[in-house]
Structure formats: structure tokens, C-alpha cells
Design a protein around this ligand. Structure first.
Ligand code: DHE
Length: 503
């Protein structure tokens, strides 16, 4: 009752009350509970949104945090609270998130081991698929709305199975080299392994409290998990998900860092990791033979001129192209020499993780949507010059193509045209068609089938659907209802590192 009265007092007198009034712990906690806890977790340890603890906010100065709470954050689900909360409330919230919590839970080897479950020992399930389908043309559709995954037959375009996932899967699931197993990471740290032949979850483990993504080694033996909290990388045995080693992520001076992401670099037999709070890229070779002692001394550290929030590679994995979400310059780093070989003028907050490459007029180009501006930036990967900026109807999140398709598809995730999906001719670099599969509803993320003849779009709503197009005629073929479908992932395209898909 007291809390409710205090809240009423806040909403009526908000604009004239001073920060000190709101600094009252109970009031701030209540404001946090009402407006922030659902996404950032009741203990500020992260949920759908990132953990809000001083050690994870090192790059965000308090005035910027205040601005984010007031105005929202571009390219994220963080809404603006300026019209709901007073300046005093917002300042108090900012103070609150920079305050240490009493105890940040430990998440080391004992806790990780404790969370480990194996539901089916390796080798105990049949080695043949239970059902009749081209296993290379399966799709997994992540349904964010009710935390499920649908297994879709890519030939018949019919669902085969639907299963519950952990809360808030984020990032692309990663397939084992044969495509039989798939590994998911949830934002709250759970790594799950599913057997697609038997449609069974075979093992799971909680590798972190607030997790970024995972990568699987090309030999299929290891899974590397990147965390926001704690500041660690966790190497798992891909067969059982048993932890192999935890790497503390810090520079030589002991400054710890969140991990921006980890990717597998197939030709290098290594994992490449970019850090968010320390200006370094790490390369970690896959372990070979018996592991004796720590693998930490096998890490190559490359110092970078800036932070790398988002990054991507050339098709040979020789060059990393990265950018910070705050700067206006991207950088190209030669992974062998560790040298920055070019700086790239890209100011619209490129979403390089969604970048795709193709051959254009005899050279390799990368195209990336921008999270802040309505344009797709096209960069020549030899000269590192921006060769074209293709105007779109608004900032986009995801971009996709297929080697067999003449088109690249990009969404308009933000703003009044969120229902639009542009189709770009890969030769002329012009938009040739703008589809609006469900007017008024967000259309996002495309995935192609194995041979590039079908493209599937998500209608990103609770009563959403996936819309399947003929990828050459650009005509709709079919719709299937889904609950806020986000990403879709084709087995063949992913395991072959198809250039038009995410890696
Ligand atoms: Fe993502 C992939 C980072 C917000 C949906 N996103 C990725 C990857 C990274 C990343 C590093 C690649 C990981 C991989 O596949 O291994 N995402 C970020 C952010 O930094 C950002 C902007 C802020 C954050 O909250 O972390 C962010 N992402 C979102 C969303 O708000 C989205 C739209 C909804 C959600 O799920 O939270 C979202 N991100 C996705 C999806 C992918 C993804 C669907 C996989 C795309 C793919 O095709 O592989």
C-alpha cells in the first residue's frame, strides 16, 4: 500500500520533485521493477535486455545512460521513457544501475557443472532420421513470442515438429558439421543441444548468466560460448556439453570485458572473439589432441584502435571488418599480421554481423544494413572504399542472399516502414522491388532454402507468420502461422557457410 501511494505521488508530482527524493531506495526499486525488470531482470542480471551492472556499463557514461532511458536506444528493443518518467525518476534510475548489487552471483566451474544435464548419452539414439525429409533442407524457425522452435521441412514447406526452447534465444543456432545436431544459446546463458534426427534435446548447460552467442568448431568437437556476465568465454565439449575451460576475459592490466561475439573461422581452425570493453580481438585455435593444462596461452591477442561491437569477415577469414556502435569509422584488420589495413567511413551504425558478401564486377563486396540510417552500405573488400549507399525506407537489421539468387533482401526493421522488405539486384545494386507481406506489421529477417529458390520472411508479431516467396519471381507461395518468429536457419546454408547467410 505504501509503495502504491509513493508511486501515485511520483506520477502526480514527478516534474517538481528533486532527484534526492527519488534516490530513496524503495521508490527507485519500485520504478525499476515497473519499467525495467521485465527486460533487464529483477536483479539487473539481464533477461531479454542486457545486464545493468557497473562492470557492464563501463563504456556508457551516466549522462548517456540518462539519455538512453529518456530517448530509447536505436537498434535495440529499449523504448523511450521520457514521456512516462520525470527527469528525477530517470536520474535516480541511472544512479541505481551504476550502484553495485550486494552480490553478483558466481558463475564459475562449480556452478556451470552443477547446471549440466545429459538427457541422452551420445550413441544411444538411432543414427537415422525418424522422419522422411531432406535433412539438408530443414529450417529451424525461432519463435520468440512463446520461446519455441519449429522444425520446418524446406521441400514440403510444412512444419515437422515444434519444441519449447529456453527463454529468449538470441543469435543464430549453430549446426554440427553434418547438420544432425544443433546448439542454441539463450540470453540467460543456457546452451542446449538438440538431435534433429530424433527430435530430442540431448544435453544442456548454463554457461553464463547473461550470454551473447556461441560458435562451433569446424571439426564439430567444441562449442565456445561468449558471455556478457560474467566476463568469460566458456569452452564446452560439443558431444556432452561438459565444460572444458573457462577463459577470464581481460587485458594485461586486468581490465575485464564483456564479449561482443565469438565466431568460428573455418579456414583458420580457430575461434575469433571481439571484446566490448577492451580494445582487443582474440584468436583461439581449436584444441588438438589431448588437452593438457590451460589453453589460455594459445590465445593470440590483437590490439585494435577502437572497440568492436559488431564485426564480420572476408570470405577467406583473412580480414576482420569491425565497427563500434558509437564511432563513424569501421576498420579492416588483417588477422595474420594483426595490423589495421584500412579505416572505412561508415557512420550509419552498420550492422556488420548481418553483412553478406558476393562477387560484383570481378571483386568481392560486402553489403551491410545500418541500424541508425535508412541505407545499405556496399564496400569493396579490396580497396575498402564504400562503393555505394543504397537508400532504403528506414534502418534495417538483417540482410540475406544466396549464391544462386540474383537478389539480396534487406528489412526495414525500424520506423513507419517496418512492414517493408526491399529486394536489391546484386548486379545493379538498385532496389528492384519493395514487398509488404503484411501491411502495418514488422517484416524482418529472410532465409533462403538450400538451392536459393525460396525466401522466407518473418512477420515479427505475436500473431505472426512466416511468408514464403518464390525467390526469382518474388511472388508469395505460402504462409504459416508462427508466434513472433524471429530468425530462420537453413541447415545446408549454415553448414556450408553460404555467403549470403549468417555465419
Ligand atoms: Fe541480435 C544475431 C547482437 C538486438 C535478433 N545479434 C546477433 C549476433 C550478435 C547480435 C552479435 C550474432 C550472433 C550469432 O548469430 O552467433 N543483437 C545484438 C546486439 O548488440 C543488439 C543490437 C542489442 C542486444 O540486445 O543485444 C541485438 N537482436 C537484437 C534484437 O533486439 C533482436 C531483433 C531480437 C532479439 O532476439 O532480441 C535480435 N540477433 C537477432 C537474431 C540474430 C541475431 C534473430 C540471428 C540472425 C541470423 O540470421 O543469424
Amino acid at each position: 500500500m505504501l509503495t502504491r501511494l509513493l508511486c501515485l505521488a511520483i506520477s502526480f508530482g514527478a516534474s517538481i520533485l528533486s532527484t534526492t527524493v527519488f534516490a530513496n531506495d524503495t521508490v527507485v526499486t519500485e520504478t525499476y521493477r515497473q519499467h525495467c525488470a521485465q527486460c533487464h531482470g529483477k536483479d539487473r542480471l539481464g533477461a531479454m535486455g542486457p545486464a545493468l551492472l557497473p562492470q557492464n556499463l563501463k563504456r556508457l557514461r551516466k549522462p548517456d545512460a540518462i539519455r538512453v532511458i529518456k530517448e530509447g536506444r536505436p537498434a535495440t528493443q529499449m523504448p523511450a521513457y521520457g514521456h512516462q518518467l520525470s527527469d528525477g525518476q530517470i536520474e535516480a534510475l541511472a544512479d541505481h544501475i551504476y550502484t553495485e548489487i550486494k552480490t553478483v552471483p558466481e558463475w564459475g566451474m562449480p556452478e556451470i557443472n552443477e547446471s549440466h544435464s545429459v538427457f541422452f548419452e551420445h550413441g544411444t539414439l538411432p543414427d537415422e532420421p525418424l522422419y522422411d525429409a531432406d535433412m539438408m533442407n530443414l529450417f529451424l524457425v525461432v519463435e520468440l513470442g512463446d520461446h519455441h522452435v519449429t522444425v520446418l521441412d524446406g521441400d514440403k514447406l510444412e512444419p515437422i515438429h515444434r519444441f519449447k526452447s529456453h527463454f529468449a534465444l538470441h543469435g543464430g543456432p549453430k549446426y554440427s558439421p553434418t547438420g544432425r545436431y544443433v546448439y542454441f544459446a539463450s540470453r540467460d546463458g543456457w546452451i542446449s543441444k538438440y538431435d534433429l534426427y530424433n527430435l530430442e534435446r540431448v544435453a544442456e548447460i548454463r554457461a553464463g548468466i547473461n550470454t551473447r552467442n556461441l560458435a562451433i568448431s569446424s571439426d564439430g568437437k567444441f562449442v565456445m560460448v561468449a558471455n556478457y556476465l560474467p566476463h568469460t568465454l566458456v569452452l564446452l565439449d560439443a558431444e556432452s556439453l561438459e565444460p572444458v575451460e573457462i577463459f577470464d576475459v581481460a587485458d594485461d592490466d586486468g581490465n575485464t570485458s564483456r564479449v561482443s561475439a565469438v565466431y568460428n573461422a573455418p579456414p583458420r581452425n580457430s575461434f575469433i572473439v571481439a571484446l566490448k570493453d577492451v580494445k582487443e580481438v582474440w584468436e583461439i585455435p581449436y584444441p588438438s589432441g589431448d588437452i593438457n593444462g590451460s589453453l589460455a596461452n594459445t590465445i593470440t591477442r590483437i590490439e585494435t584502435a577502437g572497440f568492436l561491437d559488431d564485426f564480420f569477415f572476408d570470405p577467406d577469414y583473412k580480414v576482420l571488418v569491425g565497427a563500434s556502435r558509437t564511432g563513424d569509422q569501421g576498420m579492416a584488420i588483417d588477422l595474420d599480421s594483426g595490423k589495421e589495413i584500412a579505416s572505412i567511413p561508415i557512420a550509419g551504425m552498420p550492422h556488420l554481423g548481418s553483412g553478406i558478401t558476393w562477387q560484383w564486377q570481378g571483386r568481392t563486396i560486402i553489403a551491410t544494413p545500418n541500424l541508425k540510417e535508412g541505407k545499405v552500405t556496399v564496400i569493396d573488400m579490396e580497396t575498402w572504399q564504400v562503393i555505394k549507399e543504397i537508400d532504403t525506407l528506414g534502418p534495417g537489421f538483417f540482410m540475406r542472399s544466396h549464391d544462386n539468387s540474383p537478389y539480396a533482401w534487406v528489412d526495414v526493421f525500424f520506423g513507419p516502414h517496418k512492414d517493408a522488405m526491399h529486394v536489391i539486384d546484386k548486379e545493379t545494386l538498385e532496389i528492384v522491388k519493395t514487398l509488404r507481406p503484411s501491411p502495418g506489421k514488422t517484416a524482418a529477417h529472410v532465409e533462403f532454402n538450400k538451392d536459393g529458390t525460396r525466401a522466407i520472411v518473418s512477420i515479427w508479431e505475436m500473431d505472426g507468420e512466416i511468408v514464403i516467396y518464390d525467390a526469382d519471381e518474388l511472388e508469395e507461395i505460402k504462409r504459416l502461422p508462427m508466434v513472433k518468429p524471429s530468425g530462420k536457419y537453413n541447415v545446408y546454408n549454415k553448414i556450408h557457410y553460404e555467403r549470403g547467410t549468417s555465419h
